[in-house]
Design a protein around this ligand. Structure first.
Ligand code: PMP
Length: 310
């Protein structure tokens, strides 16, 4: 059994005890990586209590990922939105990391997946702290460029958040930690910066903020979109452009972002200190505005927060 992180899980339409939410060893997804999933966070806000961040966008991306793989999710988006809220409530969580996953279960052996096969769906919700550590949120993470490239275009779609893609992320993360780094950054097949093992990347120089484009083998993150929106709101110019490796060495500031990693500064890349090191001023401004959405200091103009306990 997977380590118990909460009391209950939503599984195929029912809320059941964590320990009963199991699958058979012949589950298709275990053999062939046939799963699509999301990582979502809920924060305890002062005004509206527990709120899910960008729920609609995460559920939409889950269905987008499923569509790419012709996976039929036998629920509507509204039903899964409700299920996600229900499982937070059932576990009585104030803040949470939520993991919806759709996967091929008992559809038989082999890669000849019946077209439009029906997926099984589960949603877990549990407490989970800062993915790269509290210390990294303040002082930055030391990152290293991986010897592994991200997936080449038209091999596996990086725009799908699919289980199989995370073999690439695991290689990048394992190599980074073996070399003593807190996180690994991969280049794409063309040698441009792609993304971290589980984060998108922003490079800042002379007040201009650049991020890698969708064509650089990234998962276009919802936090990436959030950071772009907030930085524009703060008056910064944002460029989506190919970024060469050396731009990381010459940056004033770099930040990584993702649902798990939130907004984390990068202190060094390949042992070269980024700017003055630590958390740069623009990164801090964006980070404050981001966490401000959850501590009440940033107005939620975009309707990104969905209250859980109404
Ligand atoms: N890239 C990869 C490979 C990821 O796993 C994630 C985390 N889901 C991201 C980027 C960031 O995406 P998001 O902000 O939507 O969590």
């Amino acid at each position: 059994m997977a380590k118990q992180l909460a009391d209950y899980i939503w599984f195929n339409g029912n809320i059941i005890p964590w320990k009963e939410a199991t699958v058979h060893v012949m589950t298709h997804a275990i053999h062939y990586g046939s799963s699509v999933f999301e990582g979502v966070r809920a924060y305890n806000t002062p005004d509206q209590g527990t709120c899910v961040f960008r729920l609609q966008e995460h559920t939409r991306r889950l269905f987008d990922s499923a569509k790419i793989y012709r996976m039929n999710i036998p629920y509507t988006m509204d039903e899964l939105n409700q299920a996600l809220i229900d499982i937070i409530v059932k576990n009585e969580l104030k803040s949470a990391y939520i993991r919806p996953i759709a996967f091929f279960g008992d559809i038989g052996m082999g890669i000849k997946v019946p077209l439009d096969a029906e997926a099984e769906v589960s949603i877990a919700a549990f407490e989970w702290g800062a993915y790269l550590g509290e210390e990294a949120l303040k002082n930055g993470v030391d990152a290293g460029i991986s010897s592994w490239n991200r997936l080449a275009a038209n091999t596996m779609p990086t725009g799908a958040k699919a289980g199989g893609n995370y073999l690439s992320s695991q290689l990048i993360s394992m190599e980074a930690r073996r070399h003593g780094y807190g996180e690994g950054i991969a280049l794409d097949r063309n040698g441009y910066i792609s993304e971290g093992a589980g984060e998108n990347i922003f490079v800042i120089r002379d007040g201009v903020i650049s991020t890698t484009p969708k064509t650089a083998a990234i998962l276009p993150g919802i936090t990436r979109d959030t950071v772009m929106t907030l930085a524009k709101e703060l008056g910064y110019e944002i460029r989506e452009e190919n970024i060469p490796r050396e731009a990381m060495y010459l940056a004033d500031e770099i930040l990584m972002c993702g649902t798990a990693a939130e907004v984390t500064p990068v202190n060094s890349v390949d042992g070269i200190t980024v700017g003055k090191g630590g958390r740069g001023p623009i990164t801090k401004e964006i980070q404050d505005m981001f966490f401000g959405l959850f501590n009440g200091k940033t107005e939620d103009k975009w309707n990104w927060l969905t209250p859980v306990y109404k």
